[in-house]
Design a protein around this ligand. Structure first.
Ligand code: CA2
Length: 147
């Protein structure tokens, strides 16, 4: 099998609402803007992107399993599942792909329950608090890791 030239972008619950509510926390870019930015940034390194957003944990897990077959690495903002989901963590471990975790907000400046992530210690890198630009940084770092 040839080396995949595709990255998997995973956005978790409620991130479909980006740009429609709470702009003071999450900015005014939409999910479509995020996906376009990730595609542009990946294209600079000759990677394609498969984007998935879901409000359902199982859908995200299935997408991660599928990514194992044809993606080189994963950029993920798991949303609130970051702080709760051992199942999502296990799926990422099972995929055996490099992962970069990204959060729009600086979760460490927010409520204590947002300070723990089930993903961070299995991620190659974590980007927090850089807003939408953080997704571009995450792609650049993932590409670097992929060498
Ligand atoms: O800062 C981030 O990117 C978060 O992953 C966003 C999650 C939150 O639970 C994490 O602690 C940090 C929430 C996503 C909700 O997205 C919305 C976007 C617009 C309006 C309402 C919610």
């Amino acid at each position: 099998m040839s080396t995949p030239t595709r990255l998997l972008l995973v956005n978790g619950p409620n991130l479909n609402l980006l740009g429609t509510r709470e702009p003071e926390v999450y900015g005014d870019a939409t999910l479509a803007d995020v996906e376009a930015l990730v595609e542009r940034t990946a294209a600079e390194a000759s990677y394609e992107v498969r984007s998935v957003q879901s409000n359902h944990e199982g859908v995200l897990i299935d997408a991660i399993h599928a990514g194992r077959d044809d993606c080189a690495g994963i950029v993920i903002n798991p949303g609130a599942l970051t702080h709760t989901s051992i199942a999502l963590r296990d799926a990422l471990l099972a995929a055996r792909l490099p992962v970069v975790e990204v959060h729009l907000s600086n979760v460490h400046r927010r409520e204590p329950f947002r300070h723990h992530s089930y993903v961070s210690d299995i991620a190659e890198a974590v980007v927090v608090g850089a807003g939408v630009d953080g997704y571009a940084f995450a792609v650049q770092q993932l590409v670097r890791v992929l060498g």
